[in-house]
Each structure stands twice: as C-alpha cells, then as structure tokens.
Design a protein around this ligand. Sequence first.
Ligand SMILES: Nc1ncnc2c1ncn2[C@@H]1O[C@H](COP(=O)(O)OP(=O)(O)OP(=O)(O)O)[C@@H](O)[C@H]1O
Ligand SMILES: [Mg+2]
Length: 239
Amino acid sequence: MLLEVTDLWVSYGRLDALRGVSVDVDEKEVVALIGSNGAGKTTLLRTISGLCSPRAGTMHFRGQDMSMLSPDQRVALGLVHVPEGRHLFPGLSVRENLELGAHRVRDAGLRRKGWELVMDLFPPLTKLVDIAAGLLSGGEQQMVAIGRGLMGHPRLLVMDEPSLGLAPLVVETVFHAIETINQTGMAILLVEQNATKALELATRGYVLDLGQVIEKGDSASLLGSPRVAEAYLGGVLAG
Ligand SMILES: Nc1ncnc2c1ncn2[C@@H]1O[C@H](COP(=O)(O)OP(=O)(O)OP(=O)(O)O)[C@@H](O)[C@H]1O
Ligand SMILES: [Mg+2]
C-alpha cells in the first residue's frame, strides 16, 4: 500500500470530527471519498497531509510511519495536498505560483517536465503565465492549484473538492486532467461532492458520514448501492 490510515480519531475541542477512520490507497490508484457536508472529508485530508494532528490512529506512507512528520517532510516523501479553496498567492504570477510547487525539485529536466505536463493538461494557462493569480477566474485558479501540486512530482495527490463552484465545462477539464494525471502513474485520493463523477473515475471509494466510514468498496458496487444512490447520487450531490 502507498497510503495506509488506520483507526484515525481527530477532534476539534469536544467535537470528534473523525471517529476511527481507516482508508488506504494503493500505488497508481484513484480512490474517491464522498460524504455530506461536515462528514469529515477535509479533516481527513488535512490529517493525512499533516495539517491536523490525530488524537489516535496510525498513518503510513510508502511503508513509513509518518505520524511524526511535518507537512513539509510528507511533501518530500511524495504526498501533496491540493486544498479546498485553492490557496494561491494572489499577488504572484501564475508562473511563480507553479514554481513554488517545484521548490524541492533540483533537477532542471524534471522541473521542465513538470511544467510541460501542467501546460499540456491546462492549455488556457499558457497565455496566463505572467498574470497575477488573483486576477484569474475560479476555473483558471483551480488549474493553477492542481498544477502547483503536480510540479512537485508527487506519488500521491490528495485533492479536496477540485470541481467545487466551477462552470460545467471547467468541471469536465478538471476531471479529464485528473484522469490524465493518474495515467502518468500518480495515485489520487479524491474528495468530491460530485459523487457520480468521482466514482466513475475511481477504482474504489469510501463513504464518510459523521466522522465514520459507513460504506466502502469498488466504484461499481458503490454506484449500485441503494443507500449511496439515495444519499449521494440523487439530490443535491448529483453530477
Ligand atoms: N477548525 C475547526 N474547528 C472546529 N470544528 C471544525 C473545524 N473544521 C471542521 N470542523 C467541524 O468538523 C466536522 C468535519 O468538518 P470537515 O470540514 O472535515 O467536513 P467536510 O466533510 O470536509 O465538509 P464539507 O463537505 O462541508 O467540506 C464538521 O462538524 C465541522 O463543523
Ligand atoms: Mg470539506
């Protein structure tokens, strides 16, 4: 396993946001994580990338216990988080934002390869490299945020709601990009409100509710599960 999270508990004061969550991701796999608002999805990703501390549980990445590692040390191992809300530096150009994602990559050839991958995935960015990120549309900012993650050549990309708030055409671009990224050999843990699309892309998925995994399995079985269909594929979360 590339990532193995076992029996994770995370609390904010008295609130248990995660209550014994176990999730794993294999090399080169896309795994979807779905669930309603407040289920704990963001908390799980933040804990995996080292931004929240668990109260209990274990986390291994590439076989190594990473619970004591800083976020930066996790990035160095190849674990990169594309956060919800994008978090770009608005006053820096697209180029500068992207290069921040490659600050650990010393090899010039590898940096160039990262740059080319990002420009191939998101052609609109080629014309925007010198523009301040804060001036871009939401969709373009999301492309930069994903691109910045890719520039570090991660083994695992954890993505928090990459399609949130985007126009339908841009949603297509983002999902297509995720598929292409995966084909380059990167594993992806994908949190999405757009449960149908996420499960169609993923090989497996987990359903989180009130801080617990309430269902898991291969995508086809989750897409066919009446409980999942009713709660996540029907109403507001339909894609
Ligand atoms: N910094 C915080 N302080 C206190 N409570 C928090 C904090 N962040 C999240 N929570 C609470 O923890 C629970 C899980 O939140 P989390 O953001 O992980 O859910 P989510 O599944 O990502 O939801 P959404 O779909 O709305 O993004 C919620 O009850 C939320 O209110
Ligand atoms: Mg969230």
